[in-house]
Ligand binder design. Structure first.
Ligand SMILES: C[S@@+](CC[C@H](N)C(=O)[O-])C[C@H]1O[C@@H](n2cnc3c(N)ncnc32)[C@H](O)[C@@H]1O
Length: 249
């Protein structure tokens, strides 16, 4: 059996209880060492065999899984954040399906929510936006043209931009096609890690601040008016608003 496990954004206490149990029990652990906090696998069995997938190809990962499966061993495939977001799990899952190897996905805390928590913000403020867009800018790997930052910026929703901080100037230029210069933006590097860095600004000054802070990887770019101070109160807790669990007062 193979478990795809979300390790969370960095803080080793942010893996789920279920995910941790699987890491504790695994015979074989394959973890994404470029981003997963190594402390996550400190709870492993003394005889667990550990592989760092950062230096492995898809074929090599599958080879390790197949060998473990033949020996009736349990595999923990540990991905950063939540495996469903830029986790490259689909290509692994499809091969496991073909080979008839059983697997299960255990979700994790994605870095975009880890980053929001680091700055104590809510993405979906009433009267501001009710939509969160998760995306990245094209770099060495492409993004479909219909999902260009310019086209997504049109919505002026809350946006979380992964894998792009090294191109912050270009990101800002594209966002400015629809967001105002004064739109708040936050860059959070290594959210929830001990050496987390937070830079807050506007589209006008963020590129400069990010450069000055020497942030060039493992960062979330969060942008939108949810970072501002104007919003409406929620209906959920409004005393004049009744719902299934509470009558209006
Ligand atoms: C390959 S993606 C993996 C995303 C991961 N599956 C998730 O749910 O967060 C790697 C990118 O996620 C973001 N990232 C991962 N961990 C982060 C953290 N602790 N703080 C900020 N951004 C992070 C960065 O944008 C990084 O370039």
């Amino acid at each position: 059996m193979v478990y795809f496990i979300g390790a969370g954004p960095g803080d080793p206490d942010l893996i789920t209880v279920k995910g941790k149990k699987m890491v504790e029990q695994a015979d074989v652990i394959i973890y994404a060492g470029s981003l997963v906090n190594k402390q996550i696998i400190d709870c492993r069995r003394a005889d667990a065999v550990v592989y760092n997938s950062a230096s492995m190809t898809l074929e090599e990962v599958i080879e390790v899984i197949e060998k473990a499966e033949k020996e009736k061993k349990m595999v923990a495939r540990v991905h950063t954040g939540d495996p469903s977001i830029y986790g490259a799990i689909r290509e692994q899952i499809d091969i496991l399906e073909e080979k008839g190897i059983a697997y299960k996905v255990i979700p994790g805390v994605s870095s975009f929510v880890g980053a929001a928590a680091a700055i104590n913000k809510e993405f979906t403020l009433p009267g501001v936006t009710q939509t969160v867009i998760l995306t990245r800018m094209e770099g060495r790997t492409p993004v479909p043209e219909k999902e260009s930052l310019e086209s997504l910026a049109k919505h002026r929703a809350s946006m979380c931009i992964f894998l792009s901080v090294h191109m912050i100037e270009d990101v800002v230029k594209r966002l400015l096609t629809h967001y105002d210069l004064k739109t708040p933006i936050a860059v959070i590097q290594k959210a929830t890690w001990e050496d987390q860095k937070i830079v807050m600004g506007t589209l006008e000054d963020i590129a400069e601040k990010v450069k000055a802070s020497e942030i060039n990887k493992t960062a979330q770019i969060l942008v939108g008016d949810f970072l501002g101070n104007e919003y409406e109160l929620s209906k959920l807790y409004d005393k004049n608003f009744s719902h299934e669990y509470r009558a209006a007062k």
